[in-house]
Design a protein around this ligand. Structure first.
Ligand code: UT7
Length: 356
């Protein structure tokens, strides 16, 4: 018998390793000028305050699962459904209050039988989902996880509310994670997650849950829509994202200068640049996708990754810092070493996925 070829010792705890990536935004584009035709706003205000030029929105009859299925299919293209035994959907706009959206998405992707659940952490949902997926793999509950961040904010934002209608867009981004070695490219972690529920009213949809049921004729229409205290949220976003990023860098024993790409939640270009400045990261290292899709909630980080990978901005071995902030309040960060992956289809490109 030939002697065994020496390799790295099998890790006691498997790490989650990125092996698939995809993103999709719906074909309908809403430009700043389109909004200015129906709201008291203008392109210059929107661009200078947020960096956003356009966003994509779903059509009538479409829902979050339709976005999630398309992004999920793209992420699975390089590894196939047999690689996955758990599906996690991070969203603030589930198809229904009950049941969760993930089981439906799993079934539509040919993954019925897989574990499937939603993560509700608003715009931090993707980072929370990534940490949860890493935990499922580390505990060997799952060998492979499809994690999708999908949001259709156009379904919860009042179209006549200029403060919020300008910010948000619809879309979905997805990753596939497999069990692997913590030192191999694609490995995710460590993570830092946090929350402060004393500020739950800073970002909320007041009615529709068990605290305030949506009752026909009795619920004020404004309570059915998304509300946010923008200025306060802005301040919290900058300080919490920077603090969380520092925590995770310290956990990993590295400095901001070791980071090749900063992949923050795409809330507002000014927020992204402020956080990068605070961390001492050159702004050019910040992945920005908000200009062309707006704030897509839990979808924003995987969409930014898919956009950057499609443009071949990311090189295997690059170190990425992911940081998000959202309603709850919630925040979180994680590290990722970029693996060798086939370049995904650009998220705005419509393929056969444009039919569900
Ligand atoms: O994804 C979860 C996390 N979300 C965020 O991180 C969002 C954080 N917040 C923000 O990005 C910003 O606060 C906004 C983009 C939402 C707003 O920007 P701002 O610089 O904080 O503006 P503001 O709300 O303080 O409003 C400034 C002015 C006001 O007029 P006055 O009172 O100064 O006369 C607003 O009425 O701009 C007015 N304004 C607008 N004008 C034109 C507010 N919205 C608009 C608009 N077009 N769409």
């Amino acid at each position: 018998m030939p002697p065994a070829v020496p390799g790295p010792p099998a890790p006691a705890v498997p790490a989650a390793v990125l092996c698939g990536l995809g993103g999709w935004v719906p074909p309908q584009v809403v430009t700043n000028d389109d909004l200015a035709r129906r709201l008291d706003t203008d392109d210059t205000w929107i661009r200078t305050r947020t960096g956003i030029r356009r966003r994509h929105v779903i059509g009538p009859g479409q829902a979050t699962s339709d976005l999630a299925v398309r992004a999920g299919r793209r992420a699975l293209a390089s590894c196939g459904p047999s690689a996955v035994d758990a599906v996690v959907v991070a969203t603030t706009t589930p198809d229904r209050t009950c049941p969760a959206t993930a089981p439906l998405v799993a079934a539509r992707l040919g993954l019925a039988g897989a574990a499937a659940f939603d993560v509700a952490a608003v715009c931090t949902g993707f980072v929370y989902g990534l940490a949860a997926a890493a935990g499922l793999i580390a505990s060997q509950v799952a060998r492979g996880v499809l994690l999708i961040g999908a949001d259709a904010y156009s379904t919860i934002v009042d179209p006549l509310d200029r403060a919020h209608a300008i910010i948000f867009g619809d879309g979905a981004g997805a990753v596939v994670l497999r069990a692997g070695h913590p030192d191999e490219p694609g490995a995710v972690g460590p993570f830092d997650l946090g929350s402060d529920g004393t500020h739950e009213d800073m970002i909320m949809v007041a009615a529709g849950g068990s605290r305030h049921r949506a009752t026909p004729g009795r619920t004020a229409p404004a309570d059915l829509y998304f509300a946010m205290r923008g200025k306060e949220v802005y301040r919290h976003a900058v300080t919490r994202m920077a603090a969380s990023a520092r925590t995770v860098l310290a956990q990993a024993g590295c400095k901001a200068g070791d980071i090749d790409h900063f992949a923050p939640h795409q809330a507002n270009l000014r927020i992204l640049h402020s956080v990068a400045d605070d961390l001492g990261l050159p702004r050019e290292r910040c992945l920005t996708h908000v200009e062309s899709v707006g704030n897509t909630g839990a979808a924003s980080i995987p969409l930014a990754l898919a956009d950057a990978a499609a443009r071949r901005t990311l090189t295997p071995g690059d170190r990425l810092l992911l940081t998000a902030f959202g309603g709850g309040l919630t925040w979180g960060s994680g590290l990722l070493t970029w693996p060798t992956l086939p370049a995904p289809v650009p998220p705005h490109e419509q393929g056969e996925e444009s039919t569900p």
